[in-house]
Each structure stands twice: as structure tokens, then as C-alpha cells.
Design a protein around this ligand. Structure first.
Ligand code: AHR
Length: 500
């Protein structure tokens, strides 16, 4: 058995987490919207046709924002097709996913759904076939108080008050040659600036995200990011990052994905700092990691020209959930730079929540790491000093134990998330002296058969277990971490007299 030590100092901090780190994404893709969140006639649908069984699980995740409506879909989408009486809405070809879009669901329906799900909207404007003018008109439709063509139309279509959508993506993955009307970095940068100007003239309270690289595997990375940052430095607030991982045959390499993701963020942090210096600027460019997950892209299937086909419906294993845990922890460990992050996606399409059309709903394995990061990951991220064993993976030297610590002075709790990617159990010594004495509240663990998956017949094949806590009050403790496992270790500071 190997040993590790984590020494935590309560004043040695990375940053406060931004609530928007706990966000997700819904695209008009496959069954994400239709028979995902929206299914009129389903036994659990409410008067608006929203599935209440899905809303219940989404609320459990306590999302800050949901990004909408895409994704690749965005670059061919005319938002005006999705407003007004449903019987008048056009059926269109969606060239991004080679499907048929009925437009029965649009921005008004999504606004109503967001209110019920407790999340805010992260909007997005089309930078493929779309123009800066149409982007401004969408902001006017959503956010302008009234007395103009588009804002009065919103009132007529059921929303008298402005929707107040404060956060907007200027396009999606415009570096990708698969994108409808893909642009090079200079053309995109210039178009993004002109779009940003119009959007802010309509509503100067909004925040904007420009497209960074779709992945560090792109040939144009990281030059794309540098050029886009140089064009947009004065006009946007965030640069987007996207990254998906899949198991290419070596479980250990797959588990080490967090090493690569960490490097990706570090590289672009350096790029953002360079651009800030170049511009003689004062503000930092922050990141919106608005697509992240495990996605088996090599196995991707196609169903041409169907309406809401069952595509990209990855069924996740425990192993996938461990990788998602490592990715989510990486985002928290970069809370000083990453302010927004969207697990991509939310329902059916590469998602933690999975539905049967007309039937049941299921929590996939990846639901759990995201749930616990969302539930206990909000607070001050600490920068522990860790002595952990290492091994070589495809990404170079890789720690076998990865950790994230979050301190919440307001309720006196400390949560340590640990991912043991070793093939054997590990003994972890936690040094917590700067907190005085603590009591352990909970020890949750996700481990077992790496290939286990939740199914409708066996919905709890992957389920976190509560393990015995270390008894008493202490300022250091030892915990055993099972092989290939994710842990949530929760502590509460004891009051001065040493009692809980
Ligand atoms: O989330 C699935 C797809 O992945 C999105 O549409 C696109 O932005 C990314 O390539």
C-alpha cells in the first residue's frame, strides 16, 4: 500500500469559487430537449409539457446556469424560428447534426423551464450563419423593457417582463472546421468584437464569452486563443474552453485526464496574461469552461434527418464517473481563473440524467461526482501541500492521488475531495492543524467494478457509499482510500472548548 500526505493551511488559498462553476448545457441535439426536458403528454409532464421527473433531478444538482441552445446547432440556428404560436413555427433542417428541428421549443419555453429548474440562462448567439444584427435583436427580445418591435413581441408571446439574461456566448467552437460557417481566428475575432458592441449597446449590463479553442487537440491551438484574445481583450469578459476525454484503451491513462486538463488551463492562463501585458491592460481575462465531460466520440452514431433521434446517448460507467470527478476537481483547483463551467450536457445527450421516452428517468454514474462537487465544492478553494506517489501516464508524471480542498468559514466546514487512481488502496494522512480541532462529518466513497453502469433495471449499480468516519476530535487523521476511487471527506471545525 502506498502513502500520501496532504497538509492544509486555511490561509493558503486559491480563490473563492464562482457559483457559475456549477453549470450545465442543453443543446437542440438528439433527445436533450424533446423527450428529455420537454415531452407534452408524458405522465409526469406539467402544463407546459416539461417533465417534472427530470426537473426534480436537475434541481438536485443545484445548477447555477444552463447554456442554451448549442453547441454546433447554434451556428445554423435562427432564434426567430422558435418564437410565436407553435403552429406557425417552421420545421427546418439542422445541418450540424443532420436532423429535423420542429422548433416547438424555443427561447420562451427555455426561459419558463429555467425558472422551474432553478437555473439561470447562459445564452448564445449564432456566429456561423448569424449576423451581429440578429444577435442584438435577440438581446433586445430577451432583455429590453418594451416599446420596441422585438421587446413588444416578447410581451405578446407571454413574457411581459424582461428575461434579464446576463451571460452570453458569442458563437460556439468557431475554430472547428466542422462548424457551420467556420471562421479563422482573425475573422472570428473581428466579428465577435462587432457583435459584442451591438449586444452591449442594447444591454450594457451583460457579460460576454468569446470562443477559445474547441480542444487543445486542434491544429490551430493555442494560436487561435492568442489571436482571439488579442482581438477581443477590451470587448469580452471570458474566453471559452472545451474538452472531452474518452477511454482509448488504457484505464490508467484515461484516469489521468485531469493532468492534461490542468495543463490546458495553465497554458491558456499564460496566454491570457501575455495578452493582458501586450494590451497594457488592467483586467484579467477569465475562462468559461463551457463544455467538459467524458464523450465517446469515436463510437458516435448517426441517424440522418430524423426528428430528435437517440444520438450521443453515452451510457456511463464507474470509470467514466471517476474521470469526471478528476475533471471537476481540476476546475475547482483553478477557481482563480475559471469562473464558469458547464458539464456537457445535462439530459440524454452525453449527460448525467437519462430518460425513456414516455417512461422513466435515471441518474447516470457521472451524476454523483458532479452532485457532490456542486453540493460541497462552493467556498474557498485551498492550496494544500501534497506529498503523493507518482507514476508515468501518457501525460507524463502523474500524481496517483489528486485532491481539492474547500473551506467554508461561514459554516465552519472543510471538504476534501480525493481521487485515488492507483490500482491499490492508499493510506492518506491529513494534516489540518491550522483549523484547530475538527470532527469528521461524513466519508462518501465511489468505487467498485469500473465497468458498472446504472440501467433502468439496475439504477443503483453505481452509487456512492457512506464509510465509517474517523471518531473524535483531531487536528490530523489517517484515512484509507480504496483502489481507483473518489472520496468526499467532510469535516466541521470544533468550537474552542473542543466540543462539536
Ligand atoms: O456537446 C456536443 C458538441 O460538442 C457540441 O455541440 C459542440 O460544441 C462540441 O463539439
Amino acid at each position: 500500500m502506498k502513502n500520501a500526505t496532504i497538509h492544509m493551511e486555511k490561509d493558503f488559498r486559491v480563490a473563492e469559487t464562482d457559483d457559475r462553476l456549477f453549470s450545465s448545457f442543453l443543446e437542440h441535439l438528439g433527445r436533450a430537449i424533446y423527450s428529455g426536458i420537454y415531452e407534452p403528454g408524458h405522465p409526469r409532464a406539467d402544463g407546459d409539457g416539461f417533465r417534472t421527473d427530470v426537473i426534480q433531478l436537475v434541481r438536485e444538482l443545484n445548477l447555477s446556469h444552463v447554456r442554451y441552445p448549442g453547441g454546433n446547432f447554434l451556428s445554423g440556428y435562427d432564434w426567430k424560428d422558435g418564437i410565436g404560436p407553435k403552429e406557425n413555427r417552421p420545421r427546418r433542417l439542422d445541418l450540424a447534426w443532420r436532423t429535423v428541428e420542429s422548433n416547438r421549443f424555443g427561447i420562451d419555453e427555455f426561459y419558463d423551464w429555467s425558472k422551474k429548474s432553478g437555473a439561470q440562462i447562459m445564452g448564445a448567439v449564432n456566429m456561423g450563419t448569424g449576423t451581429p444584427k440578429e444577435a442584438g435583436e435577440l438581446v433586445e427580445y430577451c432583455n429590453f423593457r418594451g416599446g420596441t418591435y422585438w421587446s413588444d413581441l416578447r410581451k405578446q408571446y407571454g413574457h411581459p417582463e424582461p428575461m434579464n439574461i446576463k451571460l452570453w456566448c458569442i458563437g460556439n467552437e468557431m475554430d472547428g472546421e466542422w462548424q457551420i460557417c467556420h471562421l479563422d481566428a482573425d475573422d472570428y475575432g473581428k466579428k465577435a468584437v462587432e457583435t459584442a458592441k451591438i449586444m452591449r449597446w442594447v444591454d450594457d449590463s451583460i457579460e460576454l464569452v468569446a470562443c477559445g479553442s474547441a480542444s487543445p487537440l486542434q491544429r490551430s491551438y493555442p494560436e487561435w486563443d492568442r489571436k482571439v484574445m488579442e482581438h477581443t481583450y477590451h470587448d469580452v469578459d471570458y474566453i471559452s474552453l472545451h474538452r472531452y476525454y474518452e477511454n482509448e484503451g488504457n484505464d490508467f491513462d484515461f484516469l489521468a485526464s485531469f493532468v492534461d486538463m490542468d495543463r490546458f488551463i495553465n497554458t491558456l492562463s499564460g496566454t491570457a496574461d501575455y495578452v493582458k501585458a501586450l494590451k497594457r491592460g488592467k483586467k484579467d481575462l477569465y475562462f468559461s469552461f463551457d463544455e467538459w465531460n467524458v464523450w465517446y466520440q469515436q463510437k458516435q452514431e448517426r441517424r440522418d434527418w430524423m426528428e430528435a433521434p437517440d444520438i450521443l446517448e453515452d451510457r456511463y460507467s464507474l470509470l467514466d464517473a471517476l474521470v469526471v470527478a478528476g475533471m471537476g476537481m481540476t476546475l475547482l483547483n483553478h477557481a482563480d481563473r475559471v469562473k464558469i463551467a458547464c458539464l456537457a450536457q445535462l439530459v440524454n445527450v452525453i449527460a448525467p440524467v437519462f430518460t425513456e421516452k414516455g417512461g422513466r428517468v435515471l441518474k447516470q454514474s457521472i451524476f454523483y461526482p458532479f452532485l457532490y462537487l456542486s453540493r460541497y465544492g462552493r467556498g474557498t478553494v485551498l492550496k494544500p501541500v501534497a506529498k503523493v506517489p507518482v507514476e508515468e501516464s501518457r501525460y507524463g508524471e502523474t500524481p496517483l492521488l489528486y485532491q481539492t480542498a474547500v473551506y467554508r468559514p461561514e459554516d465552519g466546514t472543510v471538504t476534501v475531495f480525493c481521487l485515488n487512481i492507483d490500482r491499490e488502496e492508499m493510506e492518506l494522512e491529513l494534516e489540518l492543524r491550522s483549523f484547530g480541532r475538527l470532527a469528521m462529518l461524513e466519508h462518501l466513497c465511489l468505487d467498485g467494478d469500473l465497468q458498472a453502469r446504472n440501467t433502468f433495471d439496475n439504477p443503483n449499480a453505481v452509487l456512492p457509499k457512506a464509510l465509517p468516519v474517523v471518531p473524535g476530535a483531531f487536528s490530523e487523521c489517517t484515512v484509507r482510500l480504496r483502489k481507483q476511487s473518489f472520496h468526499v471527506l467532510r469535516f466541521r471545525l470544533c468550537s474552542d472548548d473542543g466540543h462539536q
